[in-house]
Design a protein around this ligand. Structure first.
Ligand code: ZN
Length: 156
């Protein structure tokens, strides 16, 4: 197997209290992504969320925001926007509206409860579809292109 090993977790340090906190799982995926618009993260010592500007990676002593800047330097404004949470919400909302309209058309001749209920159900599927498009067609490929890796957790 020549595949890159993807780290499970990474430790960051809160500059104010010098305490190290380890992040793993999905939050780590988000935090490792230089294009994520994650704004704050948890400090286990201060027991609170603080802006990312107050943290550095424990292994490299690089400020998290410097790391973001270094890896996202090639990203255009459009690419940044397409990977942002705002864009994700817009796509989900758009999917919901499309799904709801579709549901209304499909069931408009049916009983009242179907007429009311199905657009909501179809809207839910639409929102889900919007999220799937965001992840598979926008965020994933753009991040891979900008950062040059399959998984941003391998970045250091
Ligand atoms: Zn702290």
């Amino acid at each position: 197997m020549s595949e890159t090993v993807i780290p499970e977790s990474r430790t960051y340090r809160h500059l104010k209290c010098k305490t190290e906190t380890t992040i793993s799982g999905q939050p780590f995926e988000v935090m490792s992504n230089p294009l994520s618009d994650m704004a704050s993260t948890w400090c286990s010592q201060c027991e609170g969320q603080f802006p990312l500007s107050e943290y550095e990676w424990a292994d490299t002593n690089e400020k998290v925001l410097d790391y973001y800047a270094r890896y996202s330097a090639n990203a255009s404004e459009l690419q940044r926007f397409l990977c942002s949470r705002k864009c994700m919400l817009i796509l989900a909302a758009f999917g919901f509206v499309l799904g709801a309209i579709g549901g209304w058309f499909l069931f408009r001749g049916d009983a009242m409860w179907l007429k009311v209920g199905m657009p909501i159900v179809c809207g839910g599927f639409g929102a889900f579809g919007g999220l799937a498009i965001y992840i598979s067609a926008l965020c994933g490929p753009i991040t891979r292109k900008v950062c040059g890796v399959e998984d941003t957790r391998t970045l250091t």
